[in-house]
Design a protein around this ligand. Structure first.
Ligand SMILES: Nc1nc2c(ncn2[C@@H]2O[C@H](COP(=O)(O)OP(=O)(O)O)[C@@H](O)[C@H]2O)c(=O)[nH]1
Ligand SMILES: [Mg+2]
Length: 601
């Protein structure tokens, strides 16, 4: 029968496991994100190694996730002769469980101490059947949630064969116990060998053991050996080891076989503490999940930290390069726009048409109608004039055709605006400007460990079409707003009243006279109306001509172009919309990796 408590416990564990898997996925995604980001900067050389690390870390985190159901793997590593095998034997309670001694190599395989045969399946699968030796003992029967591993020597004659085995064993481990010889704990070669591995383990997943502590006087051990060792480790591994235990493994064999000339010098020994950790703390059901989560997080943080360290080396050079590229581009864009300005004559007609069309939208009254008509005439260009000029019908027809042709022309000059062919020469200027600055830029880039290929500017010019579009867009927008401004200032209410007033006044007067005479029974002669009409037309035209003069004065093509160019310059300087250089993108990516992308929760 299931009891309520049991069900509660099981559902709690299930919920915990789902949550843990979710977090593992989260860590994996972080690393993937990092990898993708690095992918976007293929020119940055350190990226290659970092991507490999990301892949390795991803694999390890994936492994961690898949191992969730498996027991906690506790691995003894350390230089040969430090007493790893002896320690395993002492913990197992069987003196010759793992071979020990002076003749190297003694331990050739990964020796696994576990309770059930199935516990080592995963190790066998990964490391190879022949390289894993399975052991059990009475003591091991209490290892419900832990398996303990002794690793082969990595500094013996057979190290070539052993190192890959140790590498794989570490990759499958959850807790590392680093064993050192108290008589020579500061062995640089081995500490260096272990450095890349220990970084991948969380603080609480890493234990230091100073073995053979029976060989050193207790006071020396406590006051000199341990503190110096901790210091040494801290510099060599760039991290501190939280727990260090002084142990005499041999003392805990059934038959220590002490050499009478080298009996233990004291009784200080923290073996029990280690035993308690492995058989107690580690051997709890929930412990393994926490350890693996912590380790997974540590793995992620590790590769992020590695990336950050790499970026920090290059950031200064890359920032300089980026700023120099921006400056060079800015300069290039400016000279390109000068070229546009110097060849705006073609756009003159277009600017005028644009201006009158915008005015026509704003103006009311008889002058407004004339402006609208004038706008159309400008579009039809000389063609419409030709229609009036030639009296005979055939000519008129030809005039129509010609007007249509000119219509097309002025349409073109409208679309010509901003899409000038001068962008071609602008591109050339852009190129020249960048060429001048590129040697310096590429030098900074190479110092920032970008690929040597950045020296070849051809590959790193911005996309021609895009640059063309960018330049055109700036010019077009500026021109539009320039013409808009001019149209606005020429469409004030007062201005409209003043120019419309003469014609409307006369019209009103004629209307009044006509109405008055009509009601008093006097019908006016057609001469009156003809006269009145002509007066109105003449006054209207005069007002319009005057207005045109104003337009010319206030918003001549030259003037508008001048203003537009100032606006273009302002836009280029303020917004720097053109930064389509492919290198800039990659620099941004690399620098960005150090900040936003690395935010770790
Ligand atoms: N005095 C002393 N000798 C030890 C101790 N532990 C191991 N040894 C000896 O050191 C030698 C190497 O031990 P071994 O376990 O084979 O080291 P491994 O290469 O790290 O596996 C053996 O002769 C052991 O008897 C210890 O705690 N005290
Ligand atoms: Mg050994």
């Amino acid at each position: 029968m299931w009891k309520g408590d049991d069900i509660m416990m099981i559902s709690n564990r299930l919920a915990g496991s789902i949550k843990a898997r979710g977090r593992i996925e989260g860590f994996k995604n972080d690393v993937k994100r990092l990898r993708d980001a690095i992918d976007h900067a293929p020119l940055w050389r350190p990226g290659i190694a970092l991507k490999k690390q990301c892949d390795e870390i991803l694999r390890m985190i994936k492994d961690l996730g898949e191992r969730f159901e498996h027991k906690l793997v506790v691995t003894l590593i350390g230089p040969s002769g430090s007493g790893k095998s002896t320690l395993l034997n002492a913990l197992a309670g069987v003196d010759n469980l793992s071979e020990t001694g002076h003749d190297r190599p003694t331990t050739r395989n990964v020796v696994v101490l576990c309770r059930e045969t199935g516990d080592s399946d995963q190790l066998k699968q990964r490391i190879g059947d022949t390289s894993v030796a399975l052991r059990s003992s009475d003591a091991a029967s209490s290892l419900e949630h832990v398996i303990l591993i002794d690793t082969p020597d990595t500094d013996s004659m057979e190290q070539k064969k052993h190192i890959p085995i140790v590498h794989k064993a570490i990759a499958l481990s959850d807790v590392l116990i680093c064993v050192f010889d108290s008589e020579n704990p500061k062995r640089r070669d081995h500490v260096d060998f272990m450095a890349p591995y220990v970084r991948m383990f969380n603080r609480d997943s890493l234990l230091g053991v100073i073995n053979k502590s029976d060989r050193i006087e207790e006071s020396e051990l406590k006051e000199i050996i341990v503190p110096e060792f901790l210091d040494f480790i801290k510099t060599a591994w760039e991290r501190s080891v939280h727990t260090v235990l002084c142990i005499s493994a041999r003392r805990h064999l059934h038959d220590p076989k002490w050499d009478p000339k080298a009996l233990p010098r004291h009784d200080f020994d923290q073996f029990q503490d280690l035993q308690q950790m492995i058989f107690g703390t580690f051997n709890r059901p929930g412990f393994v999940v926490d350890r693996r989560l912590e380790n997974a997080k540590n793995l992620r943080d590790y590769v992020f930290a590695e990336t950050k360290t790499e970026i920090e080396k290059d950031a200064e050079f890359l920032t300089t390069a980026r700023n120099n590229i921006a400056a060079a581009e800015n300069e290039a864009v400016k000279s390109a726009l000068w070229a546009l300005k110097n060849n705006t004559a073609k756009q003159g007609l277009g600017v005028n048409v644009m201006l009158y069309q915008k005015l026509a939208h704003r103006w009311l009254g008889p002058v407004g109608w004339l402006i609208a008509i004038w706008g159309r005439i400008l579009i039809f260009g000389t063609g419409i004039v030709a229609m009036f000029r030639f009296g005979n019908p055939l000519r008129q027809m030809l005039g129509m055709v010609s007007s249509l042709r000119h219509f097309k022309e002025s349409r073109e000059s409208l679309s010509e605006i901003g899409k000038s062919e001068n962008v071609g020469s602008a591109l050339r200027d852009y190129r020249i400007s960048l060429l001048r600055n590129w040697p310096d830029i590429s030098e900074s880039l190479i110092n920032g460990r970008f690929n040597q290929s950045v020296r070849k500017i051809e590959d790193f010019l911005p996309d021609k079409n895009r640059l063309n579009e960018d330049l055109s867009a700036i010019w077009r927008d500026s021109l539009d707003s320039g013409v808009e401004d001019a149209a606005q200032s020429l469409s004030g209410f007062l201005l409209q009243v003043v120019f419309n007033l003469p014609a409307i006044g006369i019209l009103g007067h004629v209307g009044w006279v006509t109405a008055r005479e009509y009601f008093s029974g006097n019908y006016l002669s057609s001469d009156f109306f003809l006269h009145a009409s002509l007066t109105i037309v003449i006054v209207l035209f005069l007002s319009f001509f005057l207005f045109q003069g104003c337009v010319r004065l206030a918003a001549g093509t030259e003037r508008i172009n001048g203003k537009v160019f100032a606006e273009v310059k302002r836009r280029v300087e303020q917004f720097q919309p053109i930064s389509s250089n492919p290198v800039t993108g990659q620099i941004e990516t690399v620098i960005g990796l150090a900040s936003s992308n690395l935010s770790i929760e």
